[in-house]
Write a protein that binds this ligand. Structure first.
Ligand code: PMV
Length: 327
């Protein structure tokens, strides 16, 4: 075995249009429902993993700073999974750089664990196809299963490790953008893992949400395939607000809305009343992502600024995860 091996991968953030919220199996990260996402071009994670021959503690750096506590344990636990598959021992050194604020409901874990899965498995000499890689990334963070793919990806909930993976869905000619309203990029109060668990265990609205997911997914998939932005947007907005309703009904409530979040949601309604195709989605944080035609992005950004005074970034449809070839 070579003493030191390393690989670098880049994976892009994805934002779910039909959300994943709640695990049926926390160990294997099997979700209650299937989900469908859009990968974004503007936000990504670049991760280098080096495996060394000697034993010792793994070193995990994010944006040049060592990470500690639970986030570190998530990464080292994931590295253990890769090491055991590859029959490798020895410590790892991980350097990750995010172009997106971490832990702010901007889906940094989707790109983070997709890049880590790709870089760590390549460094170990495992040659995994996209489906197997998607299953591996899922173990780090559910949404990461979808960031292996560019464009639009469907994560099949499945019923065991093998059947729970993402794959690209047809989207010919569908090229919307997301205007990301950066309401607050501080680290969120409750991470998605804990918030999900509390929702599944205590929210009386969780079951109805699971029951409504299949219809949303079917409608979304068909709308993406025919590049129908208005239907995609309508389903995405109702699905996201429904997910937040399950959290608001949890005990105690999980509330990610900030005053500026509501102001942005109002601005989106106003835009629609004025005839602009603009639709909101939100993840585990106060930031709002607004789906619209590229030609309307500037108008949408102006409306967000006027309503909430917060900065925006525009993201288009992004590419699949890839290994960076070092010259
Ligand atoms: O992948 P996780 O465990 O960070 O969960 C992501 C959950 C949402 O972003 C809120 C929804 C989704 O499908 O990405």
């Amino acid at each position: 075995m070579t003493d030191e091996v390393q690989a670098t991968a880049i994976a892009h953030v994805n934002v779910a249009l039909v959300k994943y919220w709640g695990k049926r199996d926390a160990e294997l990260v099997l979700p209650w429902t299937s989900s469908l996402s859009m990968t974004l071009d503007a936000f990504w994670t670049n991760t280098t993993v080096r495996f060394c021959a000697e034993a010792g503690e793994d070193e995990v750096m994010l944006d040049g700073v060592p990470i500690t506590g639970v986030p570190r344990r998530r990464v080292t636990g994931f590295l253990d999974l890769v090491r055991s598959r590859a029959g490798r021992t020895g410590r790892a050194v991980v350097h990750s750089v995010n172009t997106v604020p971490t832990g702010a409901g901007l889906a940094s874990s989707s790109s983070g664990f997709a890049a880590l899965a790709m870089a760590a498995s390549a460094a170990c000499g495992l040659s995994l196809d996209a489906t197997v890689l998607s299953r591996l990334a899922r173990r780090g963070s559910g949404s990461a299963s979808r960031s292996i793919f560019g464009g639009f990806a469907l994560w099949h909930a499945g019923h065991d490790d093998e059947s729970s993976y993402a794959e690209p869905v047809p989207s010919v000619g569908f090229d919307p953008v997301m205007v990301v309203a950066l309401v607050d990029t501080a680290h969120k109060a409750v991470n998605s893992r804990d918030a999900m668990l509390r929702t599944v265990e205590t929210s009386p609205l969780f079951r109805p949400w699971v029951d409504s997911a299949a219809a949303d997914l079917k409608e979304m998939r068909d709308a993406v395939a025919r590049a129908d932005l208005d239907t995609v947007g309508e389903v995405a907005e109702r699905n996201a607000l429904g997910m937040h309703a399950t959290m608001l009904a949890a005990r105690p409530a999980v509330r990610y809305f900030a005053p500026a979040t509501v102001a942005v949601l109002d601005a989106v309604l106003e835009l629609r009343r004025a005839g602009v195709s603009a639709y909101a989605t939100m993840d585990a944080g106060p930031n709002v992502k607004i789906l619209c035609h590229r030609a309307d992005a500037a108008l949408v950004a102006e409306a967000v600024d006027a309503a909430a005074g917060c900065p925006t970034m525009v993201a288009g449809v992004g590419p699949a995860a890839r290994l960076v070839v070092e010259l």
